[in-house]
Design a protein around this ligand. Sequence first.
Ligand code: C2E
Ligand code: CA
Ligand code: CA
Ligand code: CA
Length: 278
Amino acid sequence: LKNKGKNGYQFFTTSMKESANQRLEKEISLSQGLEKGEFVLHYQPKVYISTGEVYGMEALVRWNSENGLVYPGDFIDLAEETGMIVPLGEWVLREACRQCKEWHELGHTHLKVSVNVSAIQFQKQDFAELTARILKETGLEPAALELELTESTVMEKPKEAAAILMRLQQLGVSISIDDFGTGFSSFSYLKQFPMNALKIDRSFIQNIEEEEADKAIAKAMISLARNLGLMIVAEGVENEKQMEILRKAGCDAAQGYFFSRPLDTSAFLDYIRRSKAR
Ligand code: C2E
Ligand code: CA
Ligand code: CA
Ligand code: CA
């Protein structure tokens, strides 16, 4: 029942009812999916623009459900609303560290893994301790782990966030601000929070060839990062023209379909081997 004020109550329409049911079903199958080990990580290469070297990869979660491969856009919101993101995010962090360690043991010791962290997960009291524990368990060197957080995640409770970030940096873990430029926060947080890198959001990259404003913003972000001593990474680079603009502007690194789509583990390993042979 929905309260419609002085007009009294209105029942859910059939379609609203269905969608509530569908949501519940999805919620149940999501948590069963985690128990059944249906989640997988794909990895997208991150490349130094000046040398073309693949220095790392972003772990991106997918759900291998009985209805096929489901992308995070279709389940992360629900996972966040239901709190499922906490165990799911813990699984992602552990699995990404385990996989990176495995690749190190195969000789690719330079690889760094980047893991996306949701606000709800980050704000859990023991996030830094959990990270320390997972690093210990998997044997991954802290320097090989980068956490990607959005501006809103760190801005929600800035004092608490700063303390957690400090603790993570003490461990030797890197911090990257994801989707940089899409939030509404002031630049002042940049000097308050310990961080190592900024990621220019794809929305500034996709029309960078024809939109002077996007180009100007990207350039400003690059010089801001340089002056703050932060690494700057462009996401969603799809073609050579975009790449050239970023190179000329002095961007450090890039990621996007121009280099590679996110790959499953065996395809990623092939990619690394091929890129080394070049
Ligand atoms: P994001 O962190 O901004 O990740 C980049 C997204 O852009 C990925 O989508 C990636 O596949 C896509 N992408 C990469 N290069 C290109 C390109 O050149 N062109 C275009 N059009 N897209 C590109 P994906 O994997 O569907 O992930 C979507 C979002 O879901 C991520 O955005 C991130 O916010 C979230 N996400 C993914 N994995 C995780 C996770 O393990 N934990 C959490 N909390 N969130 C995750
Ligand atoms: Ca990310
Ligand atoms: Ca991003
Ligand atoms: Ca983005």
